[in-house]
Design a protein around this ligand. Structure first.
Ligand code: ADP
Ligand code: MG
Ligand code: ZN
Length: 633
């Protein structure tokens, strides 16, 4: 939300800068016109108010002067403006006249008359107002044009880089005492990583202890792990535990900078950290600037400058600078090797996805300050969230609280937690979606098909829940849950996964006939295609291609994609994949045909209750049997 607001602010500011300049220009032009109008009129506007203009020839004016009717004559170049005496018959007029050609008034015979009739003569320097205005305009207009042009450039630059006014100033955030301190106790699980990092904390707290023994204090620590595993959290915890200032910047911030700005930010950041030593510099998402410079010079010049500056700063550290640089990435394989050399990021800490017991701990942290009903089982939630990151779990806890609040509960109930989990895993329920009876029946058989095949096959995880309530983009869901987290799966387990995934489509075929199949199975088929390809090419599980792996296309020096195996092998791979898919289909069909009664009963129960839990499914399917055709071992 603040991000959004910020960019909105920038958007409205940009055009106003330009229009300010334009407004200024218009204002000046308007002033010029006004001045021109005023002064331009002055020449002919000496007519005193309440008088009338009267043109006279020079001889007429001479005569009038001779007759003693004129009080004053103003000479302005060749123009003459005469004011008559009050008592004369010309009173009430302002007389204008022009000298004839060249020659002074003297030559024209005024001299004598003036003396005789006490006429005052005022000679004014003629001022060329228009000339002045043009002169001023020649100076002012280009200045305005330049101002407008520059401000336009500036606003464009601002568009490219929101921080263009703060060139080279590191926008590093300092997490000092003012911000809530994070400690290791806020980071659940990941004991190994915490162990490694507590050494760093000790370096920061007691540098002397290590220096005395001639030990080099590490300069750079690289935290590697999948997104949301708590890398940022851990880096902050190191700062919190050591009680030192924490300067952080994200690699992605460098990406949006001008040429040269990234490098000067790095300089600024390191400068600040050294001034506040002992301290921690945290470079999040360092892969954004430090990706491999590939064969074709892939890394942009700007990134390269930023990366080089980081390396220069780290090399320039004194042994006792007291600054430790922590960087985080979820792509170690993408990093430029130069970063990993000794004296740079030579300490690696792996931050892993949480195991089941760690998930319990993380969930406890995030449910700690929320009112939770006693019936909520953190253990059960941890059991079904294999593969979730800490951030996912934090998200579930928060979503559960939101659900409870929405439904007006004063405590978070088990239902709220389940709803939150399923909403995050698959998408929100779409109870309002109207399904025809026929659609409901097809969905019920499709899900029952998955459930029966999964239940019957010996190496499949047990069925956890079946539902025909649409959620997200699915029409229904059958959940299988492993009894515990496992790092490896054997070939039988994978083949059972393929077969139970085919179970939905096969059930449709059984009740609707060969040509009655629906689009409801497309994601199942997608899953089957991906898994069987992986089994053949990555896990060496093909029949003829046993124990061999085949790397996917690689980009060669010339930027072309090259297959890393022959056409013949390619055909063999396709044949192996097809064999796996055919086998899965046949096994699913054998199971469903042998247990047709159980399939019908489960579908009926689903149509009636919509959702069936683990024990209800097991009860309905208790008399199912494994046909010989589906047996693998
Ligand atoms: P990463 O930097 O690895 O992408 P973060 O540190 O930004 O992950 O984690 C995001 C959020 O997930 C944290 O703010 C925290 O709420 C939660 N989280 C992640 N891992 C843990 C953990 N081990 N213990 C507690 N909370 C965690
Ligand atoms: Mg992070
Ligand atoms: Zn399905």
């Amino acid at each position: 939300m603040p991000e959004y607001k910020k960019s909105e602010g920038k958007k409205s500011k940009k055009p106003s800068k330009v229009s300010n300049a334009i407004r200024l220009a218009v204002f000046w032009l308007f002033c010029l016109v006004l001045v021109a109008a005023i002064f331009g009129n002055l020449g002919g506007s000496d007519i005193a108010s309440g008088t009338q203009p009267k043109e006279m020839s020079i001889s007429e004016l001479l005569q009038a002067t001779e007759d003693g009717k004129i009080n004053e004559i103003i000479v302005r170049g060749n123009d003459l403006i005469a004011t008559p005496k009050e008592d004369s018959d010309l009173s009430g007029y302002t007389i204008t006249s022009r000298k004839d050609g060249a020659g002074t008034l003297q030559e024209q015979g005024f001299d004598e008359l003036v003396k005789e009739h006490k006429v005052s003569i005022k000679v004014e320097e003629q001022v060329d107002y228009l000339g002045i205005i043009i002169d001023v305009a020649i100076i002012v207009v280009p200045v305005i044009v330049v101002v407008v042009f520059i401000s336009r450039m500036m606003s464009q630059a601002q568009n490219m880089n929101n921080q263009s006014m703060g060139f080279g100033k590191a926008k590093a955030r300092l997490y000092g005492n003012e911000k809530k301190k994070v400690l290791f106790s806020d980071v659940a699980g990941n004991e190994a990583a915490k162990q490694d990092l507590s050494e760093i904390v000790d370096f920061l707290k007691n540098p002397k202890k290590y220096e005395k023994l001639g030990a080099k204090i590490p300069r750079g620590v690289l935290l590697a792990g999948e997104p949301g595993t708590g890398k940022t959290l851990m880096a902050r915890a190191v700062a919190g535990e050591a009680n030192v200032p924490f300067f952080s910047i994200s690699g992605s911030e460098f990406a949006e900078m001008f040429v040269g700005v990234g490098a000067s930010r790095v300089r600024d950041l390191f400068g600040k950290a050294k001034k506040n030593a002992p301290s921690i510099i945290f470079i999040d998402e360092i892969d954004a600037v430090a990706h491999k410079r590939d064969a074709r010079g892939g890394a942009g010049r700007e990134d390269e400058q930023t990366l080089n500056q980081i390396l220069v700063e780290m090399d320039g550290f004194d042994n006792d600078s007291g600054v430790i640089v922590i960087a985080a990435t979820n792509r170690v394989d993408m990093l430029d090797k130069a970063l990993l050399r000794p004296g740079r990021f030579d300490r690696h800490v792996n931050v892993t996805l949480p195991e089941r017991k760690d998930r319990v701990e993380i969930l406890k942290v995030h449910f700690k300050n929320k009112p939770v009903d006693e019936k909520v089982s953190i253990d059960a939630l941890a059991a079904k969230t294999a593969g979730s990151s800490g951030a996912d779990l934090a998200n579930i806890a928060n979503e559960a609280a939101i659900t409870a609040a929405r439904l007006g509960h004063d405590k978070i109930t088990n239902k709220d937690v389940t709803e939150a989990f399923e909403r995050i895993a698959i998408g929100p329920e779409r109870k309002s979606k109207v399904m025809s009876e026929e659609e409901r029946k097809i969905t019920a058989y499709h899900e029952a098909g998955h459930a029966v095949v999964g239940h019957v096959l010996p190496d499949s995880d047990p069925v956890h829940k079946v539902t025909i309530i649409p959620r997200g983009r699915t029409g229904g869901v059958t959940w299988f849950l492993p009894p515990e987290d496992r790092s490896y799966k054997n070939i039988y387990e994978l083949k059972d996964v393929l077969a139970r995934a085919m179970g939905g489509r096969v059930a449709e075929r059984i009740i609707l006939g060969e040509d009655g199949i629906t689009t409801g199975a497309s994601s199942d088929l997608q899953h089957v295609a991906e898994l069987s390809r992986e089994m053949v090419t990555q896990e060496g599980m093909g029949k003829q291609l046993r124990d061999q792996v085949f790397n996917s296309d690689e980009v060669n020096f010339f930027g072309d994609r090259a297959k890393m195996y022959s056409e013949k092998t390619s055909e063999l791979i396709d044949a192996e994949i097809e064999a796996l898919n055919k086998e899965a289909d046949a096994r699913a069909e054998a199971v469903l045909n042998a247990n047709r009664k159980a399939l019908d009963e489960l579908a009926e129960a689903l149509l009636e209750k919509e959702t069936l839990e683990e024990d209800e499914v097991a009860k309905i399917l208790k008399d199912t049997k494994l046909p010989a055709a589906a047996k693998l071992h």
